[in-house]
Ligand binder design. Structure first.
Ligand code: NAP
Ligand code: 8YV
Length: 325
């Protein structure tokens, strides 16, 4: 491989960091430019050795990957990779890489922003001012405050830890649930999510998407969270049973929610759009120019490492490096 100029398929936007990073180093083919996909695969499918994925919205399953029989690597944008069938890739000797770490602090900032917006109704009060209502009366005092809350973290990985650090600085007690206790983490650990939901009034969800977490925030968990309950979802829409959440919000069996992600984004259920007591962000956890550029660069660097015959920089758990025999 070293010395060759390998053929790489770009699925998604021609981002400037990609175009600059790949220039002169690989032969780039563009999936989105191909009007006749079957003809495109027939023409270049056999040549493609690596795929770069531009967004987590670009779904990549086994049916897609099997069109490229000499594929060795899929370099995906985003730390979450539930849009890729990594198990299928692993079974077929294909390494999948993602973009962890470089976005931790940005996403944690957004999580705290969403929590504050939700508890203190900051977007609502801004809308109130813009509507000229301040002249008539002060914005009502908020019933909720962060001052008397305990945050139950659902997920205590790279981003979860960065969020927990911020909460500590805010003087907010933190506990957590994940499948295994995290080494070196001092917060109280709950092996069962339902027990934690019963004990806290605020859930901060930051686990991966996919089958193992699908609908883990269900009606039972929301009921356990209770009428003071605030749910913040920074993870994936699939982690929350959306109809159950809508019902809990409509019936006020929980207090509020702050959502950065949705089950079928960018389509957001009209019931959620219609509720003024919750806060909705358009999946912007990592969305600053600097952090997105760092993520894009890691997509490029993973491909260039592979192209130079070096180990992948950030392989995912399903496709470890060196491969398990
Ligand atoms: P990470 O370091 O892999 O941490 C994942 C955490 O979730 C770990 O504590 C893990 O612990 C726990 N977990 C995994 N599966 C679980 C399960 N079935 N039940 C309970 N806990 C489980 O990942 P990260 O870098 O922090 O990223 C987390 C996720 O955040 C990403 O995968 C992505 O979906 C989401 N994200 C969203 C945005 C955004 O813009 N909103 C941005 C970045 C990331 P155990 O393995 O012990 O269970
Ligand atoms: C992505 C994310 O930027 O990294 C992830 O897993 O969710 C975000 O940082 C977002 O999915 C846009 O594709």
């Amino acid at each position: 491989m070293a010395g060759e100029k390998p053929d790489v398929l770009l699925v998604g936007a021609k981002k400037p960091v990609f175009m600059k990073g790949f220039e002169g180093k690989v032969t780039l083919h563009h999936w989105l430019d191909a009007k006749d996909k079957a003809a495109f695969v027939k023409e270049v499918g056999n040549k493609i050795k690596a795929i770069a994925i531009a967004y987590t919205a670009n779904k990549v399953d086994g049916n897609f990957l099997q069109q490229f029989p000499h594929l060795e690597q899929v370099s995906s944008f985003g730390v979450g990779y539930d849009h890729i069938d990594a198990k299928w890739a692993g079974e077929h000797g294909i390494v999948v890489t993602n973009t962890p770490e470089v976005l931790n602090e940005e996403v944690a900032d957004t999580a705290l922003g969403l929590l504050l917006c939700t508890v203190r109704e900051l977007p609502q009060s801004e809308r109130y001012l813009r509507a000229g209502k301040w002249k008539d009366a002060h914005y009502p005092l908020t019933k909720a405050t962060l001052r008397d809350r305990t945050v139950g973290m659902v997920g205590m990985g790279r981003i979860g830890k960065a969020i927990a650090r911020r909460l500590e600085a805010f003087g907010v007690p933190v506990v957590y649930h994940s499948r295994n206790p995290q080494a070196g983490v001092k917060y109280k650990y709950y092996p069962k999510l339902i027990d934690m939901a019963r004990d806290v009034d605020t859930l901060m969800v930051i686990v991966p998407g996919g089958a193992s977490t699908k609908n883990m925030i269900n009606a039972e968990v929301l009921k356990a969270l209770g009428p003071r309950g605030v749910l913040i979802n920074m993870a994936r829409g699939s982690v929350v049973d959306e109809p159950a959440l809508i019902e809990a919000l409509q019936k006020r069996t929980i207090y509020s929610a702050g959502l950065d992600v949705f089950a079928n984004e960018p389509d957001v259920p009209k019931e959620l759009i219609g509720m003024d007591h919750i806060v909705l962000f358009p999946h912007l956890g990592s969305s600053t120019e600097a952090t997105r550029a760092a993520m894009d660069q890691l997509v490029v660097d993973n491909i260039l490492a592979w192209a130079a015959g070096k180990p992948p920089l950030t392989p995912v758990a399903e496709t470890p490096w060196p491969p398990k025999r």
